[in-house]
Design a protein around this ligand. Structure first.
Ligand code: GLU
Length: 309
């Protein structure tokens, strides 16, 4: 994977880019511009914690029970999905709500969750080596990954899309990427799709999409590609500077990653998701988080309860 080197110049550029993004974000709060929308604690649903819940067949659950809480891998720089407030250390977003929902269903009060930020390329290893119990962070279910981890869900259907600067005229879809600098996260399905299907694009990988967005704002790259749900969040934060273009060109069903072979845990999470979709909590969680990026709540995709693996 062609990772760029971190030369002093590169680091200086990165610092500059981060400053530009910070200024752009700060500008949103100024008088006359719309306030930055975000979930308010009071509007977030509460998830009833399952009483006397026990899952002795799940080694992951048993380990968490001994420890006293769950450790859940997430993203920290994806607006409306998984975002960490640097001042308070608090995580918010739709993925975070799904994590809380699942924790409650497994008998662990959501406030006890230990969130760990894990980048796209490190998710499988983190689940395999026991660094985390679950992963909830825009994690596409696919057969290749199913050989390494298990997936409950899906709980949401996203699709790959493109983010460009607001004044961009040439890039309207993936067919326009030949010779363009396109940024995505290492180890992600959008990165792999551009590599396989649009080989004329000049692909650049970083660990996170937020670094790609900084590079887009400072003209280091021409487009950022990943799921529409993620890109809409970045665009919503600086609508004068960024836009999402074209139609989604893939299906990205989001699953909850679990250690491979822990079928008991996977099935318990599938049950918990189905219940939350039925009793309205899924919808409430969506409306209070991802819904704020402007897309009304879709019907959740059917849960794929695949046989024990
Ligand atoms: N859903 C895609 C994936 O799992 C892209 C988002 C991400 O990197 O988390 O690779």
């Amino acid at each position: 994977m062609p990772h760029r080197h971190s030369s002093p110049l590169r680091r200086a550029l990165m610092a500059l880019a981060l400053t530009v993004l910070a200024l752009a974000l700060a500008a949103c709060g100024r008088e006359g511009s719309p306030p930055v929308k975000g979930p308010k604690g009071s509007e977030l649903p509460r998830y009833p914690v399952a009483k006397n819940f026990s899952l002795p067949e799940s080694p992951t659950w048993v380990r968490a029970k001994r420890r006293g809480h769950l450790i859940i891998g997430v993203k920290e720089d994806q607006p409306y999905l998984g975002e960490k407030d640097p001042a308070t250390g608090r995580y918010t977003g739709f993925d975070i709500e799904i994590a809380k929902m699942m924790s409650a269903a497994l008998g662990f009060p959501p406030r006890t969750i230990e969130f760990k930020t894990i980048a796209s390329a490190n998710r499988e290893t983190a689940l395999q080596n026991g660094q985390i119990d679950l992963y909830v962070g825009t994690y596409t279910i696919n057969d290749k990954r199913k050989k390494l981890v298990g997936f409950a869900g899906p709980y949401y259907m996203a699709g790959q899309s493109l983010l460009v600067r607001a004044d961009e005229k040439d890039i309207r879809g993936p067919q326009d990427l030949a010779g363009k600098r396109v940024c995505s996260a290492a180890g992600s399905t959008p990165y792999q799709r551009i590599q396989a299907e649009y080989p004329k694009a000049v692909l650049i990988a970083y660990d996170t999409y937020s670094v790609c967005v900084d590079n887009l704002l400072t003209y280091q790259v021409d487009a950022v590609t990943t799921d529409d749900a993620i890109l809409l969040g970045y665009a919503a934060k600086v609508p004068d500077e960024l836009k999402v273009v074209g139609k989604p060109f893939s299906e990205e069903p989001y699953g909850i990653g679990v250690p491979r072979g822990d079928n008991a845990l996977r099935f318990a999470l599938d049950d918990a998701l189905a219940a939350a979709e039925k009793n309205g909590l899924w919808r409430k969680a969506y409306d209070a988080t991802l819904g704020l990026s402007g897309v009304p709540a879709p019907k959740p995709p059917p849960i794929d309860r695949y046989p024990a693996a």
